[in-house]
Ligand binder design. Structure first.
Ligand code: C2O
Length: 544
């Protein structure tokens, strides 16, 4: 195992991915940020030097952080942010997982520009559980704002203007009504006839689920959220914000050029702002393709068809039983939870500007508890040092019947070390029911089942997959539907469970699990590193 070291210079630079120059915070000046390559078993060391004007944390999305919960990078949950002109070094081991993940800033909105790929390959000498690809290609999907980069200071971010593939918008985004629509650079993947490529796909968009499709080609999904899957052949895939998919693409079509396309999945009704629908394209270019060949078109699912396509892709995936790191589903459950999530409307506080419909603002909650991010010390430090008044251990176990979105608090749920938790997560929006991508820090969970309507413990419990369920760190809870998750709380610390639509964080669709220490020093939390960033006395700048 090696020590892999990076320096992340966070600095404001001018970029122009669409039509307008914008000053944004970046890591090392690039968009997307640098790709991190490690092997399973390595230690990753990242020195973050904050030369931007923002408070920053970096989260290693999907990394287990076994016994390194101080390195999770969740703003005000695992640490206070790194302030401008300050540094912090993240250092942790990456063990027991392989595949594609991402890193991103974990201060609301900033992950719009501060994100990148985190690729974990097998230790040397260990093969992939699929034929070795000819080449590997990271594909980072992003959202972009041409009109209003002030989004970095607004909560939530406004609707974006377009999407990017590895920082490029392609030929379909018009810079102005009368200008040449084909002026922007397009992502091109050059392929050799007959060869197989491993696409490492990351949805780094702030607020949009994305379909991805390559004209005339099927792909074979081999991993989701860095967990190996039974090979699954599909012509289209969907990724929620925060999800990753590894898929094999074989250049098995006649020499030519083929579009790849990303387009948003809009599961919500019209009361919520609709993302831009123009698909963004890239190109697969065969080695011998004539430059004059016209690109073949692809067709994205839309409307109701989109919901069933999304559901088919999500629910058909199964884990690779017997593959590396596969562990059977624990059959004994210690802690059963029923969690309802909602997005609703509340009157605006007097004197504030409302951004929701009907002159009201959005509010969200889990079990009618709207999470409030702590202001003066991180939740995990409050837990570790036993400081009272920061959070309450009263996350409601059973949801109330009525959501009023008025029940604010910093509520955690305490879990015993090594307990197995099962959560039914029910999507109950009254104003709108859209798919919410729920992300758990520090653990992967089994997704035992998905469905529409209300979860019925008698009818639906029978249909759960306890044999080879897919595993995720982020799962889309279907609109007006449910998922059943199970995970083993084998990592002490404070771990967020939240919607990965960035806009829904300020609404409060968040909760935190505190996993207690195990019986031995080896199964207990370490003290924080001595240079863990401290909060200043001004709590207002930690608004998250
Ligand atoms: Cu990818 Cu809590 O986030």
């Amino acid at each position: 195992a090696a020590i892999v070291e990076h320096v992340f210079q966070v600095k404001n630079v001018v970029v122009k991915p669409l039509c307008k120059e914008q000053m944004i915070p970046t890591v090392n000046g690039s968009l997307p940020g640098p790709t991190i390559n490690v092997r399973e078993g390595d230690t990753l060391v990242v020195h973050v030097i904050n030369n931007s004007t923002y408070n920053i944390t970096i989260h290693w999305h999907g990394v287990f952080q076994l016994k390194s919960s101080w390195m999770d990078g969740a703003n005000m949950i695992s640490q206070c942010p790194i302030q401008p002109r300050n540094n912090f070094t993240y250092r942790f081991d990456i063990t027991g997982q392989e595949g594609t993940l991402l890193w991103h800033a974990h201060v609301v909105n900033l992950r719009a520009t501060l994100h990148g790929a985190l690729i974990i390959r097998p230790r040397s000498g260990r093969p992939y559980p699929f034929p070795k690809p000819y080449k590997e290609v990271p594909l980072v999907f992003e959202q972009w704002w041409d009109t209003d980069i002030e989004l970095l200071n607004s909560r939530p971010a406004p609707i974006s203007d377009a999407y990017l593939i590895n920082g490029l918008a392609g030929d379909s985004y018009p810079c102005s009504k009368n200008s040449n629509a084909h002026s922007l650079r397009m992502f091109k993947l050059r392929v050799v006839q007959g060869k197989t490529y491993l696409l490492r796909i990351i949805n780094a968009a702030l607020n949009t689920h994305l379909f991805f499709k390559i004209a005339s080609h099927n792909v074979t999904v081999v991993s989701v959220d860095a967990v190996y899957t039974t090979p699954y052949v599909s012509d289209v895939m969907i990724l929620t914000p925060g999800q990753t998919v590894d898929a094999l693409l074989t250049a098995d079509q006649p020499n030519g050029m083929y579009y790849m396309e990303i387009s948003p999945y809009t599961s919500a009704n019209s009361l919520v702002p609709v993302p831009p629908s123009t698909p963004i394209r890239g190109l697969i270019v065969y080695e011998d393709a004539k430059s004059t060949a016209s690109p073949s078109n692809s067709l994205m699912p839309s409307g109701m068809n989109a919901i069933s396509t999304a559901h088919r892709f999500s629910s058909n995936i199964t884990s690779l039983v017997g593959g590396p790191y596969w562990t059977p589903v624990p059959d004994h459950v210690d802690e059963k939870m029923f969690v309802t999530m909602g997005l609703g409307l509340k009157p605006c506080p007097p004197g504030t500007k409302c951004i929701g419909p009907f002159g009201q603002r959005y509010a969200g909650s889990l079990n009618n508890r709207t999470f409030v991010i702590p202001g003066t010390i991180s939740l995990q430090e409050a837990y570790f040092y036993n400081i009272s008044g920061v959070y309450t251990d009263d996350f409601p176990d059973q949801p109330p019947m009525k959501f009023d979105y008025a029940n604010f608090g910093t509520s955690v749920k305490t879990l015993k070390y090594n307990s197995t938790v099962e959560m039914v997560v029910q999507n109950t929006g009254i104003i709108t029911s859209e798919s919410h991508p729920m992300h758990l820090h520090g653990f992967n969970f089994y997704v035992l089942g998905y469905g529409f309507g209300n979860y019925d413990p008698i009818r639906d419990a029978d249909k759960l997959n306890l044999v080879n369920p897919q595993m995720h760190n982020t799962v889309g809870v279907p609109p007006g539907g449910w998922v059943v998750l199970r995970f083993k709380a084998n990592n002490p610390g404070a771990w967020m469970f939240h919607c990965h639509m960035d806009a829904h964080l300020p609404y409060g669709i968040i909760m935190v699990f505190i996993v207690q220490n195990g019986p031995t020093p080896e199964t207990s939390m370490q003290p924080p590193p001595s240079n863990l960033p401290q909060c200043t006395r001004d709590p207002t700048i930690y608004e998250s």
